[in-house]
Design a protein around this ligand. Structure first.
Ligand code: C2E
Ligand code: MG
Ligand code: MG
Ligand code: MG
Length: 293
């Protein structure tokens, strides 16, 4: 690579794509350009449903990157890269801006007001101005704070770079944001933080949902989480619900909300808008429709 050839090596070289270092740097540069132009990045939305009646109660915003050569790059690949190279804060700001402007358009169109949940990374949370950035953005679009939910993983809560997250979370929640613990149950944190932290919702990780209803250990864990959440007045959304059997079992256990491919994959804003319109007219379609049956 160029590094091995040293500073004085001026010959142009073709970076080999199988060299992880060069490939990553190339991707980082591409991501920087994508952020600057904004046209390769998209925010997709995955609906969340009540298990009482199947109604659409919220949606999670998930980032997508259409790379001109590589096609869709998964957020699982580009987000860690963005974190390492100082691009997470601008990426996160793009997500918030995008979600707020989308909420404003749906509001103007008179569509049902459902919370859009965005994922917040550790590095975003330590930026002292996250809260003021968000509120300035929501004020500009005249969107109520309550409609922008914030998802934080347990690892964010434990990330020492985030310092003491408690005052930041309290302040965000006092402003009116709903806060969810994402991928709940996969971190190594102690449960005592649930008593201390200002949180509204647990997102039960799909690892516990996958083998339901047959796996007795997972069934026991899910039942215990639901009971604990109830005792703490937290709501729960189960992630990764793919089959009617999983949905039915979760409903039997008293899980209030679900999210997963059974109901909808993450889709474009246009596609989720169609679902919002159906919701407004009380017409259901797709597998999620069977929820109340
Ligand atoms: P997450 O926040 O836990 O998001 C849920 C992931 O599970 C999404 O993957 C979603 O497509 C996937 N999923 C949903 N339902 C099902 C299902 O029924 N079965 C299966 N197998 N998967 C399902 P995605 O979109 O690839 O995102 C992966 C992760 O990347 C997210 O996990 C989140 O941690 C991160 N991410 C995505 N967008 C953002 C963002 O805007 N900001 C930050 N900081 N992180 C993001
Ligand atoms: Mg999430
Ligand atoms: Mg999750
Ligand atoms: Mg996850």
């Amino acid at each position: 690579s160029a590094k091995r050839h040293g500073r004085n090596h001026h010959k142009r070289f073709q970076p080999a794509l199988d060299e992880p270092g060069d490939r990553q740097l190339e991707l980082v540069n591409d991501l920087r350009a994508a952020l600057a132009h904004g046209d390769q990045l998209e925010l997709h939305y995955q609906t969340q449903h009540s298990l009482k009646d199947g109604s659409l109660v919220g949606m999670e915003a998930l980032m997508r990157w259409r790379h001109p050569r590589l096609g869709m790059v998964s957020p699982g690949d580009f987000i860690p890269l963005a974190e390492r190279h100082g691009l997470m804060t601008p990426l996160g700001a793009w997500v918030i801006e995008q979600a707020a402007s989308q909420l404003a358009r749906w509001q103007q169109a008179g569509l049902p007001r459902v919370t859009v949940w965005v994922n917040i990374s550790a590095l975003q949370l330590i930026q002292g101005d996250l809260e003021s950035r968000i509120s300035a953005c929501l004020a500009r679009y005249k969107v109520p704070t309550r409609l922008l939910g914030l998802e934080l993983t347990e690892s964010v809560l434990l990330d020492e770079r985030a310092g003491d997250v408690y005052p930041r979370m309290t302040s965000l929640r006092d402003k009116g944001h709903q806060i969810a613990i994402d991928d709940f149950g996969t971190g190594y944190s102690s449960l005592s933080y649930l008593k201390r932290l200002p949180v509204d919702k647990l997102k039960l990780d799909r690892a516990f949902v996958r083998a339901l209803p047959d796996d007795q250990a997972d069934a026991a864990i899910v039942g215990a989480v639901l009971a604990m959440a109830k005792g703490l007045s937290l709501t729960v959304v189960a992630e990764g619900v793919e089959t009617p059997a999983q949905r039915d079992y979760l409903r039997k256990l008293g899980c209030p909300e679900v999210q997963g491919f059974l109901f909808s994959r993450p889709v474009t804003s246009g596609e989720v808008e169609a679902k919002l319109r159906q919701e407004a007219t009380g017409v259901y379609s797709g597998d999620g429709a069977a929820v109340a049956s």
